[in-house]
Design a protein around this ligand. Sequence first.
Ligand SMILES: Cc1cc2nc3c(=O)[nH]c(=O)nc-3n(C[C@H](O)[C@H](O)[C@H](O)COP(=O)(O)OP(=O)(O)OC[C@H]3O[C@@H](n4cnc5c(N)ncnc54)[C@H](O)[C@@H]3O)c2cc1C
Length: 487
Amino acid sequence: MQMPSPDTAVLINKEHILARLRAVLPADCVIDDERETKAYECDALSAYRCPPLAVVLPRTTEEVAAVLKTCYDLSVPVVPRGSGTSLAGGALPTEDSVILGVSRLNAVLETDYDNRFIRVQTGRTNLSVSGAVEENGFFYAPDPSSQLACAIAGNIAMNSGGAHCLKYGVTSNNLMGVRMVSMEGEILDIGGAHLDAEGLDLLGVICGSEGQFGVVTEATLRILHKPEGARPVLIGFDSNEVAGACVSDIIKAGVLPVAIEFMDRPCIRATDDFSGAGYPDCEALLIIEVEGSDDEIKEQLDKITKIARTHNPVELREAGSAEEAARIWLGRKSAFGAMGQLNDYMCLDGTIPVTELPYVLRRIGEMSREFGLDVGNVFHAGDGNMHPLILYNANKPGDLETCEAFGAEILKLCVEVGGCLTGEHGVGIEKRDLMDFQFNAEDLEAQMRIKDVFDPKWLLNPAKVFPLKHTEDRRKNRVQFAAHAAE
Ligand SMILES: Cc1cc2nc3c(=O)[nH]c(=O)nc-3n(C[C@H](O)[C@H](O)[C@H](O)COP(=O)(O)OP(=O)(O)OC[C@H]3O[C@@H](n4cnc5c(N)ncnc54)[C@H](O)[C@@H]3O)c2cc1C
């Protein structure tokens, strides 16, 4: 993975840039001590690291605007950051960039139960949004597995999803409005606490834009009534392909569970050893959860188990109590941590039509043997969002490169079967150089022209999303550090 060479004019003028940032922010908001900036040198794609020029942690939208205006005037690149849990390297800094972290912007600004929305600052963690409304019987639906740590800022930038998004949709389906600061320091309000936007619907452009267009500081989010009840069923199978076929049949039958999660043998064993969830000894398992009143739950589970039985499951375990339900989910919720205990891993994220699940799972198994690296599959099967975890040894020369090549082949396979390079983790640096495989040069040019409008100097997260060879001219055209500003 290549990153552009840093702008030497920015590096040389570090002290001046720091002084300018300190002039617009309180002293404790600007960090340049290398021992402290180390915490920001990577995100959850920790195979890639780079120390930033500096880190700023503003407390208000106005402070964010002042930082961006300063960096715009000085032509200094900025990498927005929420909690740094991106698995795509979206928050990875470059040596010449300022990390703009929004973690101190974490307040609840407004809660309106009659109109079912909450307005928060975007540094607030995903789980604490539900936490703020649960006493009143509400919740915020998108639930990334990282929800304890990840921020609404990153969720919006990556259009994040989660286990329960099969029924409730991803972030874009639950986001009503944002306050965003442009690179030039202008504060923009887009959408709001009402259905549909006045004027052009720009919210869809902002959500999923990976910090390319502006820094989002506030969000208005749809909150929902908690369902009357929910119950999971665990179904074990003797092959990945049969489990994949069962998912496809359930969706085809028109049943809409709230979640359909898939795990294969390597993940089942690792998570069971790690969490003691008591999973069966099988090749693949599905956790399927339905919601509603007791009658609705029973009706849906009857349909699901009837379909599952046509695939000869080796185990079919319906939760009979809250404790049993929690136990069924326990292993799935700790899957990434459990795999991390075994080995270094790279978590991929691609989407395929659900009917292609059996074929794609078989091909991943074959490729695993070809590349000589083990792979575990744990993913949101109901919407075809795959997360193969490729195990490799970071200390073994060449293993990371083999892992990257294997990952690229899996993502290309997703595109070939009619799917997409990304599901919910975004492009970042991880899939940046594969964008050519999904899009032709005209498609990419059209997307880059939108960035030209929001970020004419290409200062916001400029090394991400678009393959470097397509962005070279735009990045070169960036006005070099304004030497006169140093005077
Ligand atoms: C164990 C684990 C499990 C995960 N499970 C899921 C899952 O189930 N579903 C899922 O979707 N993801 C998952 N993720 C990935 C990750 O948590 C999400 O992408 C999350 O939304 C990132 O949020 P963050 O606040 O950590 O963002 P960061 O990592 O800080 O940044 C992510 C991107 O957002 C941009 N950004 C950050 N703040 C702003 C801002 N204020 N304005 C504009 N752009 C900004 C950054 O520049 C970067 O491009 C998982 C990650 C881990 C480590």
